[in-house]
Design a protein around this ligand. Structure first.
Ligand SMILES: C[S@@+](CC[C@H](N)C(=O)[O-])C[C@H]1O[C@@H](n2cnc3c(N)ncnc32)[C@H](O)[C@@H]1O
Ligand code: SF4
Length: 419
């Protein structure tokens, strides 16, 4: 995930991230740039654990109509916020690998037309291994995508079945081969802390995954999400997940194995070789600006000097009808105050291994945390300060209690006056 189908703010899981100071590998973070998130809401089958904005349509969908709506919403957003250079585009879902390559190509072309793609812009497509075929993948590459994120979830067939996945581990590996034949930058997702999973199971499975030589991995702890089939089973006592302590051991094991393989975490659930971090993810976590296009997409954009939080209609056909009637599917558009932006920025930045850039917080939100509060939290061992880089990050137990840390820091904010 990237995170976020709907909202990148809700990156799963809210688990700790280790923060070795040496791992500050990502260079210029002063201005994360502008990104575009495009949400494709359809899936072949609904996975029982998933609460993303994903819908199954046995009769399919009118892709031409949807394409026209995406283009109209892009026009509308561009007219609202003005010119930008696009550093990253992320097609998330749902299952964007159900899109025709021509649809993807037309959207990319239109993004370039309304804003302009920066040279070397990152263009990622999320793909379900059950809907990967060679012809389509070469079509996506020709259409302009240059990075793929595959939803493996597990390398164990019985677990894939329990997770309600439409693919086997063999198909996942075949999808990886197809992806590698077409793309240089590939990531895959795994879910751990699955029912009955032990540390030994995960050690073997993650080691197998690392032996595949990924340069980027998203490793999510299974979360029981409200409204999902898994929640019903969980509440009925028919599904159990590892208790908090076991989940924390699984998390630490994840850090140990990925670090040893050169894929240290750069964010709570995201791991990469130095330089292979997802630029799109970094726009979210460094609190950059992003437009959200498509059903149930969220955005944070600047318009006429105002920072706006936008969200579009989630239901695909309702979104379509709204765009056809009024050129956009936005259902909420709220102005974000500096204080709210500061809290959001803290929440996102503390998850990063590089930490939150205090100078940027001051520049954007006009505040800085009270030095005494920082000292107290450092004394408690829940945050760490990198004096040279002017950054703070959550460490140790702090990685599990981000909400509380944000609350403390936020209450301590003092205004910064620039000469
Ligand atoms: C939009 S999906 C990825 C693309 C595609 N739909 C697929 O599943 O293959 C985003 C990722 O979120 C993760 N995810 C979704 N629900 C989750 C949950 N309840 N707990 C942990 N991870 C979850 C999965 O790893 C999934 O690959
Ligand atoms: S395929 Fe992906 S988006 Fe669709 S239901 Fe499954 S996890 Fe969610």
């Amino acid at each position: 995930m990237a995170v976020s189908s709907q909202s990148p703010v809700r990156s799963k899981p809210l688990m700790p991230s280790p923060a070795p100071p040496e791992a500050l590998t990502v260079s210029d973070s002063s201005e994360p740039g502008f990104a575009v998130y495009v949400h494709w809401p359809f899936c072949a089958q609904k996975c029982p654990y998933c609460d993303f904005n994903s819908h199954v349509r046995s009769d399919g969908w009118d892709e031409k109509r949807f394409l026209a709506a995406y283009l109209r919403e892009l026009d509308h957003t561009a007219a609202q916020i003005g010119s930008r250079s696009v550093a990253s585009v992320f097609f998330g879902g749902g299952t964007p690998s159900l899109m025709q390559p021509q649809t993807l190509g037309a959207i990319i072309e239109h993004i370039d037309h309304v804003w302009g793609l920066a040279s070397g812009a990152e263009i990622t497509l999320e793909a379900n291994p059950g809907s990967v075929d060679a012809g389509r993948f070469s079509g996506y590459r020709s259409a302009g995508a240059n990075r793929v994120s595959l939803g493996f979830q597990s390398l164990r067939d019985p677990d894939l079945k329990r997770l309600g996945r439409i693919h086997t581990s063999r198909e996942a590996l075949a999808a990886l081969d197809i992806a590698r034949a077409n793309f240089e930058r590939i990531s895959f997702d795994l879910i751990y802390a699955r029912p009955q999973q032990t540390c030994d199971d995960w050690r073997t499975e993650l080691s197998e995954a690392l032996a595949l030589g990924p340069t980027h991995l998203s490793l999510y702890q299974l979360t029981i999400e409200p409204g999902t089939a898994y929640e019903k089973l969980y509440n009925a006592g028919k599904l159990s997940v590892p208790p908090a302590e076991a989940a924390s051991d699984l998390f630490e094991l994840t850090q140990e194995l990925t670090e040893a393989a050169g894929l240290a975490a750069y964010e709570t659930s995201n791991h990469a070789n130095p330089g292979e971090e997802s630029r799109h993810n970094l726009v979210y976590w460094r609190y950059g600006e992003y437009a959200g296009i498509g059903p149930g997409a969220h955005g944070r954009v600047l318009s006429n000097g105002e920072r706006l939080a936008t969200a579009t209609e989630r239901h695909p056909e309702t979104w379509l009808a709204q765009v056809e009637a009024s050129n956009h599917g936005v259902i909420t558009q709220e102005s974000i105050s500096d204080a709210e932006a500061a809290d959001e920025m803290l929440m996102m930045g503390l998850r990063l291994t590089e930490g939150l850039d205090l100078a940027r917080l001051a520049r954007i939100c006009g505040v800085r945390p009270n030095p005494e509060t920082l000292r107290q939290l450092i004394g408690l061992g829940v945050i760490e300060r990198d004096e040279n880089a002017g950054r703070v990050r959550a460490v140790g137990r702090g990685r599990f209690i981000l909400n509380e840390i944000v609350l403390h820091l936020s209450r301590s904010f003092v205004p910064v006056r620039f000469p």
